[in-house]
Ligand binder design. Structure first.
Ligand SMILES: [Zn+2]
Length: 110
């Protein structure tokens, strides 16, 4: 049995790398912009690679990565969402996660 694995991002059809999927993709950028607006933090490519010394920030990172993963699975299953629809979903989901703010003093650039 042959398995055909594409090197194209399922969300935007650009060449897929880890950095693309989690940072460079339009969907990832829109998701990080949503987090920036909600928490006033800026996510850099270095943060994507190295993480942060803050458990809450790492939880947020894991959450966004999981969110992007869910979006790619939905896309593979034929559910097409535009970037603004994805960020709206993230905004709604993230409203429930605002309690994270209570355990850290998020501000500035990571
Ligand atoms: Zn992409």
């Amino acid at each position: 049995m042959e398995i055909n694995i594409s090197d194209k991002c399922i969300l935007c059809n650009e060449k897929e790398t880890v950095l693309h999927l989690l940072y460079e993709c339009n969907y990832a950028q829109a998701s990080w912009d949503t987090i920036h607006k909600a928490l006033n933090i800026t996510i850099s490519p270095e943060f994507i690679v190295c993480g942060a010394n803050d458990k809450c920030l790492n939880v947020i990172f894991a959450y966004v990565c999981y969110f992007l993963y869910k979006e790619s699975v939905s896309e593979r299953n034929g559910v097409k969402r535009f970037v603004d629809q994805v960020t709206k979903r993230l905004e709604v989901e993230f409203m429930y996660g605002k309690k994270i703010l209570a355990c850290t003093n998020l501000s500035g650039e990571i």
